[in-house]
Design a protein around this ligand. Structure first.
Ligand SMILES: Cc1ncc(COP(=O)(O)O)c(C=O)c1O
Length: 390
């Protein structure tokens, strides 16, 4: 497939080093790590325990603060339902943000139907100083003694905006309210750890960080302390009864390897991806008058993220015309949905502007040369389409 892949927010290619680490777990180390009655099972358990400790270590967490899930969607579900539906939960309010991923908005809608008061905070619009960021003052005003959970994503999947997580964590701690962050897009792209963020719960997914699909985790600070979650998947009692099901050994090994590589390469990659993102913007904006950037400046967004609004064309038509480039108009989960992006609307873009927008996600397997080719193809496609309009 000779396509320039710039859709690294939707998913990433599995790093070959991750694939290599996973292979023996299909045909050699296949024993169930729960089968401690025999040697292969015990050896598998030992190796999986070590991998889990390395994963937890990546986030500056203890192994018993990590619950392995099928990915960030499940982690977000577990955070919302686990906190709200805990038998000892008396509080009835959840605070989150209008621009969260559907993997968080879905559970929030469901918990609202179950009788919880769900408040979705607005974000700053495109002409404010940090478009897409929430206003801390509003969080402070909403938190009260009935708040069970505050959930704010660390980095947005469409416009890459970074939220002031540490400051929100401080507010939550003052009010003794649990704080969850969906860090799915941030892991491997910026430093992410429980200590410096100060969060109680953190969701992430391996496939956004060059690991396999179908695996991720929820980190829970002080899991053995007073805070407990109500399990949402029950059965064999694995993972201290918090999430039953045979541990996916090969995927855990892959996730561990992916995070190990991320720890080594994140700093260097983020510098490079930031430069390439700026280069892409410079090339496009020099050739297309009236091109607008969606979201904040580079200091407040993920390094490899760019989201632009093209004047006078639909993003969909541009993507069809520029066949050699894989990009998207927003979240992969909603790309088949004719509704315009709720994130772009939240920052004040009109439906037409949202339809004219494209999201770029630069990743490990791109090169500067590819960025230049992609820009050239987009500019040609844009001029071709607009020559019909003129
Ligand atoms: C911010 C965010 N949260 C959650 C998800 C869902 O992750 P998963 O595919 O692992 O369920 C995504 C995936 O696009 C995402 O970008």
């Amino acid at each position: 497939m000779n396509v320039i892949y710039l859709d690294n927010h939707a998913t990433t290619r599995v790093d070959p080093r991750v694939v290599e680490a996973m292979i023996p777990w299909f045909d050699t180390w296949y024993a169930n790590p729960g089968s401690t009655t025999h040697e292969p099972g015990r050896l598998a358990k030992e190796a999986i325990d070590q991998a889990l400790a390395r994963i937890a270590g990546f986030f500056h967490a203890e192994p018993d603060e990590l619950i392995v899930t099928s990915g960030a969607t499940e982690s977000n579900n577990l955070a919302v339902f686990g906190v709200c539906l805990h038998p000892r939960q008396k509080r009835r309010k959840v605070i989150s943000v209008a621009t969260e991923h559907q993997a968080m908005l879905g559970p929030l809608q469901k918990i609202q139907k179950a009788g919880f008061d769900v408040k979705l905070l607005p974000v700053q619009s495109q002409n404010h100083c940090v478009p897409g960021q929430i206003d801390l003052q509003q969080v402070a005003e909403e938190i009260d003694s009935d708040t069970a959970l505050v959930s704010v994503m660390l980095a947005n999947n469409e416009i890459g905006v970074l939220q002031p997580i540490r400051e929100i964590a401080k507010l939550c701690a003052q009010h003794e309210v649990l704080f969850h962050t969906d860090a799915t897009q941030a892991v491997g792209r910026i430093p992410v750890d429980l200590d410096s963020l100060g969060v109680d719960l953190l969701s992430y997914s391996a496939h956004k960080v060059y690991g396999p699909k179908g695996i991720g985790g929820l980190l829970i600070r002080g899991q053995n302390g007073p805070m407990r979650l109500a399990p949402q998947i029950v059965g064999g009692g694995q993972q201290s009864n918090l999430r039953s099901g045979t541990l996916a050994s090969s995927s855990i090994i892959g996730m561990s390897k992916a995070l190990e590589i991320a720890r080594e390469s994140q700093m260097q990659e983020s510098v490079l991806h930031g430069l390439w993102r700026n280069r892409l913007w410079d090339l496009l904006s020099a050739a297309i008058p009236g091109l607008q950037r969606n979201g904040p400046d580079e200091q407040h967004r993920l390094p490899g993220n760019l989201n632009v609004c093209f004047p006078k064309v639909e993003g969909q038509s541009l993507m069809l015309e520029a066949k050699g480039i894989a990009v998207s108009s927003g979240s992969a989960c909603t790309s088949a949905n004719p509704e315009t992006s709720h994130v772009l609307r939240a920052i004040g873009r009109t439906d037409d502007e949202a339809r004219a927008s494209i999201r770029f996600g630069i990743g490990r397997f791109n090169s500067e040369h590819e960025i230049e080719i992609a820009a050239g193809q987009l500019i040609d496609a844009y001029h071709k389409l607009t020559s019909f309009v003129a």
